[in-house]
Design a protein around this ligand. Structure first.
Ligand SMILES: Cc1cc2nc3c(=O)[nH]c(=O)nc-3n(C[C@H](O)[C@H](O)[C@H](O)COP(=O)(O)O)c2cc1C
Length: 368
């Protein structure tokens, strides 16, 4: 780890900090940033993407939802009456952004996962103000402390596609050093109505994390998981499995909708049989329409983790960000297990493999 020279001490408005959407409440330097914090009780260094707005030349606003690791770490400092040391990079290798915006498990640093992905340790430099590791390839970075002095932040055009959440008090960062390259390039992203650029890494990453957790939780026969772009990777998850016993699909649905990568801003988890491709909405909706009985195939899980940026959340000025809840629906779009086990579920109408092969051979020209 190298130590950079002394930094400047103010946020220059000549930095490339756009107002991304017309109705945004300020200029957002941080949209694809990496916010580095350390757990005060262990060596765990967390790296996460949280939006960062400029208040003034040495004050930033940071929006961290209730379940975020950075918030949990910050809270520990605040409970001890201390400010939380923070270092933020606003331009770095895309692999670090990809992991900073993904629910990497607690206690594991995104730097380590990035190193595993890249095949060599992610190069970092030790920030002279906080001692926190900043990406060595950073284009723009700051160091300072998050203080328990909330200031109004937002609104911001968010990933669900709305300006929900409005303007509300959020923690502030006192900037103590600013570093940047000459003519720095800001790494940024612009969400809004899905899909958008980062849908295309979040959907596979989230699907893989949920699949991994399902297997670790002992759910057998998982054939596939997909988080759909239309549901901004969070709100429409499909799990395909080969049912082995009654209640198997329900078990998978509950785990998928409540595990950490599946819980935040979730809405619908659809469980389908293994003959349905979970990435194919035509097949998924057909399974929902033909294999699920609304009276028995819908489970509602009430008052689970919510967020104020949900457009249907009931917002109140005196409500803390930690208080928001929302419900989840598990749609059991699988063949009823009793019919399946007795071999009574009707056959799907489709040409058999032999017939398909014969037609293909005979009319090869048509399929070229
Ligand atoms: C482009 C992008 C912007 C994000 N902005 C925020 C944000 O402003 N606040 C927030 O709490 N989470 C935001 N997230 C989600 C978190 O980065 C994500 O949940 C991540 O897992 C949080 O890291 P943590 O698990 O270490 O807390 C964003 C994710 C992406 C990809």
């Amino acid at each position: 780890m190298r130590t950079p020279g002394a930094g400047r001490r103010w946020i220059s408005f000549s930095l490339p900090a756009p107002r991304w959407f017309e109705e945004d409440g300020g200029r957002y330097l941080g949209t694809a940033d990496t916010v580095v914090t350390r757990d005060p009780d262990s060596p765990w260094v967390n790296v996460a993407t949280y939006r960062v707005m400029i208040h003034d030349r040495n004050t930033l606003g940071i929006f961290m939802e209730a379940s975020r690791h950075g918030r949990l770490q910050m809270q520990k400092y605040f409970e001890r009456g201390q400010p939380c040391p923070v270092a933020i990079s606003f331009g770095h290798h895309p692999s670090l952004f990809l992991l900073a915006g993904t629910e990497v498990p607690q206690g594991l640093s995104e730097y380590h996962v990035a190193g595993a992905m890249l095949g060599e340790p992610y190069a970092a430099v030790k920030g002279p103000v906080t001692g926190l590791p900043l990406p060595a390839d950073s284009e723009i970075a700051i160091e300072g402390h998050i203080v328990d002095e909330p200031r109004d932040e937002g609104p911001f055009g968010e990933f669900m596609g709305y300006y929900a959440g409005g303007r509300s008090p959020a923690p502030t960062i006192k900037v103590e050093a600013l570093y940047h390259r000459n003519r720095p390039v800001l790494l940024g992203t612009c969400a809004g109505r899905p899909p958008y650029d980062y849908s295309y890494f979040r959907c596979p990453m989230r699907a893989a994390l949920i699949w991994d957790i399902l297997e670790r939780a002992g759910i057998a026969n998982v054939a596939g998981v997909w988080c759909h772009e239309q549901g901004y990777s969070r709100a429409f998850t499909v799990v395909a499995l080969k049912q082995a016993f009654a209640g198997h699909a329900r078990q998978a649905g509950y785990v998928a909708c409540q595990c950490r990568p599946g819980a935040v801003s979730g809405r619908y988890v659809v469980v389908v049989d293994e003959d349905i491709d979970p990435t194919n909405l035509d097949e998924v909706v057909w399974a929902m329409c033909s294999r699920s009985d609304p009276a028995t195939g819908l489970e509602i899980v009430r008052e689970t983790l919510g967020t104020p940026i949900d457009p249907i959340a009931e917002r109140r000025d005196d409500k803390s960000i930690l208080e928001y809840t929302s419900s989840r629906a598990i749609v059991l779009a699988c063949k009823p297990f009793g019919m399946l086990v007795r071999n009574e579920f009707p056959k799907v109408v489709e040409a058999g493999a032999d017939l398909r092969a014969r037609v293909r051979k005979e009319f090869l020209d048509l399929f070229k």
